[in-house]
Every structure is written in structure tokens, then in C-alpha cells.
Design a protein around this ligand. Structure first.
Ligand code: SF4
Length: 494
């Protein structure tokens, strides 16, 4: 689409304007010389003589145009706000006014563009603001809907409780297996999913083994304690029995897991879960796995390129649910092409009735790396009504059934601007998810496509160290180079 920015406010960068655009124009690109899509956003933001900010936004789509304007003069925010907020407020309010006129709806998250609304809520809650004030901050300051504001505050409160007693120096460990049996149409991860690429697994595991050993040595050297382990991907259970037990052996023999609160192996695809792999995971102390249908409808699964049938999911779920894991998680996606509101509700009811202790409700997000496109597959309706209804229904249904939202994040280009939320019965939340999302603890990562996130709490500092994205690059790069940066980052002040 075409974007024109006249920004003399001294605040906000071009990326912010583009991100805002995606709230009403998901999936759009912003080529430097424009395009002939007929979609246009014209932004003007200024700081006035009295210090207030004013903005004018003109949006055009399909030959129709709408304008919005806002000035922050006299506006008193609910919480302490930086100068940047006032520029965002002027721009955001003007943008929503224009969008409401043009498209007839206001996005549920207002003009809040960040991916971690709960982190924002927690920030204020832990600084003494009460829940009602923080709720009103979302509603009044960012035009977030009442339902999303309440969800953010509720989730933030539970996260805060979960993190009580989680001491500095306790770290997470993430191990990446970026291989899958086939590629899902909506996937935007770097995960190898062909027979030829998956032939790289044995070499990858050799390399991963030495990375895990190096990481364990570093954790010992720093005097850290491992509090949560998460093997993710990809699909870790794409490994065969020997490979899986070899990996688990490496992890359990190199780390002291006596203080580990949870050990997760994200199994995911039902077509990779077998009774013998479940037995292996249990024997090494894995206490959480996931079995993800995304939907229980065969036609929707086939359209998404998933290799499994609903029956395969039921069989894998039954194995997992009766194997003695502390928690079995299940993921669903709202807004899948070919699915309906009723279809989503059937999937939700089914996984709840089957006895999963932890259910994550995602919203379809269409990214560049995915095979499907908003325009090509007609999956996107501008209002995203169906996906939004699905996640709102899931919120009510799961909470009525005794589950609580414990982590939440947003992504760009989600259908209906909706969010991803993890729900669990009390005590079955996944701590690792919260650590990652809230960036409150160091997480050491091993493997291609993973990111080590170092958190130096005393210094209030975060350092991210990314491993090469593709397994073939990972195999070619020198190992352990991150250690020098990590040592320098922590210094003597670990
Ligand atoms: S299982 Fe997950 S990582 Fe693998 S292809 Fe599907 S969405 Fe991507």
C-alpha cells in the first residue's frame, strides 16, 4: 500500500506508522515507490506550541476515503506517560477515527501496537497501580476494548503470582529441533519438513549435543540454576526413538535438574507421537508435553497441509493423557481457512472434554514465510469477525470451565487483530512461556533458529544472542562464540 508520513513531532519512527497501518490493512507491504493497490494512508503529526500533539490521518481504500483528527491538549492519561505516548495517542486516535469511518469497526486492541500487552500491564501493577487503574489505562489511553483490557490485567496478575519466588540466577533452557514431518500452510517458522532436509537430523544432533554440553558448562561456571527446560521446534518428536532418548540423555546428564520446576517436550504433531516416544519422555522426567490438533476437522487439517487425521490426534492424545505427565497441553487456532465459528467451538469443546490441563488458543497469523496469503486464499475478512468471536468465546468457555489465562501475546497480521492466549487449570500453567514472554529471566537456547536471552536483573539489562536460522548454517558456524559476549554481559554482577 501507499504510505505518506509528515512527522515533525520529533517522536515516532517510520516503522511505528507502518505497524499502525497493519491494524486496518493486515498483510500489506510498503514499497518505497508505492503500488497500485488503491490503498493509501496519509499521516500528519505535529507538536504544537503549547507542547500538545496533534495528528491528522486520511485513509483510502477501494475508492473511499475517511479522515480522523485528534489533539492531546487537556488529555490526562491514567498512568505516568512518556512524551512519546502523547504523539502515539494523537496519531492512534486519529487513525482509529478514520478507520472506524472507513471500515465500520474499531480493532479490539485499539491502537496498541506492541506484541506484549501483558508485560505492559505487569509493569504498572508491579509499580503499585491497582488493577482498575491499569484496566482503565488500556481502555482510555489506548482505546482497547473492555474485554481485552480485563484479559490483560487478569493475565498479568496471574503471571505476577507465578513469578513470585522465581529467583534471579534461576534460568530457563530451550533446545531447538527445527524439523517437522510436513510443512503446515500457515507456518512461518524456519523448520525443515522434507525427507531430504530431514536427513540432516543426525548431523544436527551431534552438533546440538556439543552445544548443550558447552551451555551446561557455562551455566555451572556462572553458578546459575536451571528452573525450566523446554524442547521446542519444529516438532521434537519427529526424532526417532534412539535420537529422542539420546537428546534427553544429553540434557539430563549435563544439567543439574534438581531445582527444575518443569521439563517440557513440545510434541505437537500427533503424527509423530508414538507410545514408545511417550515412554522415553516419561523415563527421562519430561513432565509436560503438547498434542496439538489445531482443529478436529479433517477437511480443515488437509487444507492446512497437516499430515494427521482427527483420529490420529485422538489416539495420540489418549496415549499422552494416560501416561502420567503432570500436564498435557493442546493448541487450537482460531480463524483457519475453511473453519467456522461452530467448527472452532466443536474443537474447543472436544479438547476440553478430553481432559487437557492446558489449552492455548492461537489466532491465525499470516506472515511472509507462510504459504497462504490473505488475498490468495480469501482467508481474511477485514473485520476478522469470525476469529474474534472464536477467541472471545474460548475465553468465556474456558474460564467458566475453571481454567485461567496465564500468558498472552499478539502477533502482526493476525486475522481480526486477535491474540494468542494460554489457559490452564491452577498449577498447570507453563512457566517457560511466561519467562520468555515477560523477559524476566535468562533463557539459554541451543540449536538453529533459537535465541538466547540474557537478563541481567541487577543492571536492568537484556542481551539477545541469535543462533543461525537454518540448520545448514548452524552446522557450518563456529560453536560457543556466544560465551564471550555472555561473560562480558554478566561480568562479575551475575
Ligand atoms: S508443526 Fe509447527 S513448526 Fe512444524 S510446520 Fe507446522 S506450524 Fe511449522
Amino acid at each position: 500500500m501507499n504510505i505518506f508520513i509528515d512527522n515533525t513531532s520529533g517522536q515516532l519512527n517510520d516503522y511505528y506508522f507502518q505497524t499502525l497501518c497493519l491494524l486496518y490493512f493486515p498483510g500489506e507491504k510498503f514499497p518505497p515507490n508505492g503500488d497500485d493497490s488503491g490503498k493509501k494512508a496519509e499521516f500528519t503529526v505535529r507538536q504544537e506550541q503549547d507542547g500538545s500533539y496533534s495528528a491528522r490521518v486520511i485513509l483510502t481504500d477501494g475508492g473511499r476515503t475517511a479522515k480522523g483528527e485528534f489533539c492531546t491538549r487537556g488529555f490526562v492519561p491514567q498512568v505516568d506517560a512518556k512524551t512519546e505516548f502523547y504523539a502515539q495517542l494523537a496519531l492512534g486516535r486519529a487513525y482509529l477515527e478514520a478507520g472506524q469511518k472507513l471500515f465500520g469497526f474499531t480493532p479490539p486492541w485499539g491502537f496498541l501496537t506492541g506484541l506484549r500487552p501483558v508485560k505492559r500491564a505487569r509493569f504498572y501493577l508491579t509499580r503499585g497501580y491497582d488493577e482498575e487503574t491499569v484496566r482503565q489505562m488500556f481502555i482510555r489511553d489506548y482505546c482497547v476494548s473492555e474485554q481485552k483490557a480485563a484479559l490483560s490485567v487478569e493475565t498479568a496478575s496471574l503471571e505476577t503470582k507465578m513469578l513470585e519466588g522465581y529467583k534471579y540466577g534461576t534460568v530457563g533452557l530451550y533446545v531447538s529441533i527445527p524439523f517437522c514431518p510436513t510443512r503446515c500452510e500457515y507456518c512461518s517458522f524456519i523448520s525443515y519438513a522434507t525427507k531430504r532436509l530431514n536427513s540432516m537430523i543426525p548431523d544436527y544432533l551431534v552438533r546440538l549435543h556439543s552445544e548443550i554440553v558447552l551451555t551446561s558448562q557455562f551455566i555451572k561456571e556462572m553458578g546459575f540454576t536451571v528452573g525450566a527446560v523446554y524442547i521446542g521446534g519444529g516438532t521434537p518428536t519427529v526424532l526417532d526413538d534412539n535420537q529422542l532418548s539420546g537428546l534427553l540423555h544429553t540434557i539430563t546428564t549435563n544439567f543439574d535438574l534438581s531445582h527444575c520446576r518443569e521439563f517440557t517436550c513440545e510434541s505437537g504433531r500427533p503424527d509423530t507421537i508414538t507410545p514408545s516416544k511417550i515412554k522415553i519422555m516419561r523415563s527421562y522426567g519430561v513432565d509436560r508435553i503438547s498434542v496439538n490438533p489445531q482443529t478436529i476437522h479433517a477437511d480443515v487439517l488437509a487444507r492446512m497441509g497437516r499430515l494427521h487425521s482427527p483420529e490420529m490426534f485422538y489416539a495420540a492424545a489418549e496415549e499422552a493423557l494416560t501416561a502420567g505427565f503432570k500436564c498435557v497441553n493442546s493448541d487450537l487456532i482460531a480463524g483457519l481457512p475453511g473453519d467456522s465459528f461452530d467448527g472452532f467451538c466443536e474443537s474447543l469443546h472436544k479438547v476440553k472434554e478430553m481432559g487437557f490441563g492446558n489449552i492455548t488458543v492461537h489466532t491465525l497469523s499470516v506472515k511472509n514465510a507462510a504459504s497462504i496469503r490473505f488475498d490468495e486464499s480469501n482467508v481474511y475478512d477485514p473485520e476478522g469477525t469470525r476469529a474474534r468471536r472464536c477467541v472471545e468465546y474460548a475465553n468465556r468457555y474456558l474460564k467458566d470451565g475453571g481454567m485461567r489465562p496465564y500468558y498472552l501475546y499478539r502477533q502482526k497480521n493476525t486475522v481480526g487483530n486477535a491474540e494468542n492466549t494460554g489457559y490452564a487449570y491452577p498449577g498447570l500453567e507453563n512457566l517457560y512461556n511466561v519467562l520468555m514472554m515477560e523477559e524476566v529471566s535468562t533463557v539459554f537456547a541451543c540449536g538453529a533458529g533459537s535465541i538466547t536471552k540474557l537478563v541481567n536483573e541487577p543492571m536492568n539489562d537484556i542481551l539477545r544472542i541469535a543462533f543461525p536460522k537454518y540448520p545448514y548454517e548452524y552446522l557450518e558456524t563456529e560453536q560457543g562464540t556466544w560465551q564471550a559476549d555472555a561473560r562480558a554481559f554478566f561480568g562479575a554482577n551475575k
